[in-house]
Design a protein around this ligand. Sequence first.
Ligand SMILES: [Zn+2]
Length: 376
Amino acid sequence: MGNSALIFELLHKDEKTKARRGRITTPHGVIETPVFMPVGTQATVKAMKPEDVDRTGAQIILGNTYHLYLRPGSDIIREAGGLHKFMNWDKPILTDSGGYQVFSLGHMRKITEEGVKFQSYIDGSRHMLTPEKSIEIQTDLGSDIMMAFDECAPPDADYAYIERSQAMTTRWLERCINAHKNTEKQALFGIMQGGFFKDLREKSAEAIVDFDLPGYAIGGISVGETKEEYIGVLEYAPDLLPENKPRYVMGIGTPDYIFEAVEHGVDMFDCVEPTRIARHGMAMTSHGRLSIKNARFARDFGPLDPECDCYTCRNYSRAYLRHLFREGETLSHMLLSEHNLRFLSHMCEDIRTSIEEDRFADFKAEFYSKYYEGKI
Ligand SMILES: [Zn+2]
């Protein structure tokens, strides 16, 4: 694979929108894009065996640096032979930098130019995450794609704060690149910041694109802003990144946010949403979300989604799933999680076909008319 752990091919561009069909080749296999990536925070996609995740059509999963660093410790995962071996998943893995969790879960955090000091949410122990430390942990984990350590500024931060933060994130990126030695097997992605200020986004993009990294993420969106603000950034941010590199938006997992990202030229996205809502008895179906708790499913012996080809829909009824959920049975988490992951994977398969056939916008309208206006 030459001197890069990752190859991206831009296969086709939709004629009427900015949607792109691409292919990423990593040391652990090929990823067809646009792609949804399930999240396996604690070296497991919650309530699912790796072979169950695999049969949903998942091509790559995420691991969380922050959680795995605190427990069991990245040294243990390194000794196990890396995260792929430790968790028995032989397809590609992407790890985040730990930054997002430090900012959202870390108590008593203190940000300096060196990095971020924080206390563990588990036992109050003190730690310091720096760009070098984040790369060291991700090297131990052995992910195919690792993310640069960035500051996740609060969504309501003002211009002056975002300007300082964006500049520091660029300096941290340079430190990540210098600390990154395993370039043959692990690709490092940079992250664009700049909040909701177009000129700061341009500044950030210009600085990070200069490093000629194998891929880039658009950070600082899907952090609690309105959908209009989210789309507002998507209107210009992807265009600031190179066309021949994959583009990633972190933390999006609802169909509308995914469709908007794809329409504006984004290739990769991840979220805990499908598996988290599954554990709360919620399913995504082709005719919208449903709550399996609903009494009207008590005698409904049909599948969760008649249009779904997943293991759950092929073998179990809404009535049975409702019963399992009401009894607090683990199997309900397993079956609903598998369905939701298959739903998004299937949706992305259809998105990819629609781009190849230059009818992405039509497919989006068709999907929305059922998902957002349909009746379950
Ligand atoms: Zn299903």
